[in-house]
Design a protein. Sequence first.
Length: 705
Amino acid sequence: MKTKIISGMLLLTLFAQAQEVKKTSLDNPFFQPYKTAFEVPPFDLIKEEHFKPAMVKGMEDQQKEIDAIVKNKAVPTFQNTILAMENSGKLLSKASTVFSNLNSANTNDEIQKIAREIAPLTSAHRDNIYLNDLLFQKVKYVWDNKSKEKLGKEELKVLENTYKAFVRSGANLSAADKEKLRAINAELSVLTLKFSQNILAETNKYELIVENKADLIGLPQELIEDAANNAKAKGKEGKWVFTLSNASIMPFLQYSENRELRKTIWNAYKNRANNGGETDNNANAIKMANLRREKAKLLGYDNHASYVLEETMAKTPEKVLEFLNQLWTPTLKKALQEEAEIAQMMQAEGITGKVEPYDWRFYSEKIRKAKFDLDEQELKPYFSLDQVTKGVFLVCEKLYGLKFKPIANIPSYHPDANAWEVLEQDGKHVGVVYMDFHPRASKRGGAWMTSYRPQEMENGKRKAPVISIVCNFSKPTANAPALFTFDEVSTYFHEFGHALHGLLSDVKYRSLAGTSVPRDFVELPSQVMENWASDPEVLKMYAKHYQTGEIIPDALIEKLEKAGTYGQGFATAEYLASAFLDMDFHTSTAEITGTAEDFEIASMKKIGLPNSIIPRHRANYFSHIFAGGYSAGYYSYIWSGVLDTDAFDQFKQTSLFNQEKAQSFRKNILERGGTEDPMELYKRFRGSEPSVEPLLRKRGLDQVQ
């Protein structure tokens, strides 16, 4: 009875709020066609007050469209049922897409408040569609009688996806179990949001304040300048403020000679959302894992991982764990070898005790410099934001014939976000890409690609996509432009690979467009792009000194190549640890008790993770799986790593910009979105299934003794 009351209350709330729409509809940009260049969202006109009325009205409109499908007396067909559903909810999609993107990239207190209010409403709205038995019967009729209609590949795929979406959303459940599912979905929607907001709050509130200049020893000048700017902005002029954004903490850990300060900022980083109080995520993570397990069991699955993986390339948890274990043995051996080298250097410096997590980056950098004569600071002057952007664009032009033109006077959601028009070689419009590079308090951490409008066909013509990549890279200083670490360079190429997946999409239906593919396939286009970033031939095309214009010297490229696999034991171990943690949370068949931290400790003990390494994403800030859609899917980065190294091997065996291979990758992978089984698409490009050997070679794991 309680769940029925909750569901009814949500519907009453939705109805009441719909009455407010009329008061704000006249000046609400979402209720009008976008009249901006390339029909991008009119960010300059959109205000916080516009979001909720537009989303509420969007839900109301879509419900009417769904009701019309249900009431249609005609025999259900692809056209009057499946396509009608595909085309429904355009206002809701229009408003919620902008809202969710801004909530990640440029949020504020009001947006977060709206997010908390709207989350249960959107959850109830989705359930009202996918738990509608009369609608499901129509969808099922079309599915059962698909052979009677002359449907193309894309139509069949949309039909299959729609039918599965109903089944996997609980359409076959009893009325009582549907109500249980509604309650679970509503609670998960709120918990997901809270988990993410807690991480942002804890990241933003922390500052490491340095008052003594002697404590800055070892730090790069641009990092010191950035810390001074941070202090000035916070009214602490004459001091230095370091934060938990990656662009601040990672170079601090890499270069600071002050071990105690490294320990201090590291402890703050690893304990985000694990400090008690309102922003602690211990209970949230456990609750979400248990709710997901409960939901999976309602739907007939052993656990959440079995539910999720059914629709991926891996198919089963057993297959994922077999794959992870295959990599774990050589990875752990290599990581322990690296740890021994660090311990030896620490002892030589008179430091007793064990290697700690806050020692890895610092001593790895020193060892890299000693073994390979490579200093990250030597590289950074060659990787200014402008030059790396030119490199990304040049690779895209040489592979796919694309051109990029900056767009002036176009609405943007923040001054840091710039827009570019993407064109074919003949000048034909492909799409628009926004690029937003630097950290700020209104932006969550990490790097991601998203879409403001996916590609689709409209009246027989290609509707071009509007894509965005959002990052947290090093900022410019008063004395230098933004200079990137090589890791940031790789991330830039990575995210632009995702952008290409969205931009070059060429399908009929938006639900199949671009990155609408299984999680363990979506990272292929992004990760394969990283390979061009580090190739010597490509480096000489774009890596130029920001002051002199000098092309990166061969000697420096050679050092970079020789040092290429150094540190891969640590990097792969911390990644795999998170992948195992994800699978442990989501293969559980019994209720998880205790804290998320306790669960994590037990999980890491099981795989034998050394105490000197922690998971790349600890449970309390593992936003990928608790707020980012990667639950039971974090393994996909390294699964796609097998695909990307195997794919790039095809270019290395011929030429970096082999046009036959490039066009095949574009036609069979980038353009096709989720129109077919991903392994079939890959084999069409590659000619065979992928091999794991290129990945092991790339990471130096093939020679571990």
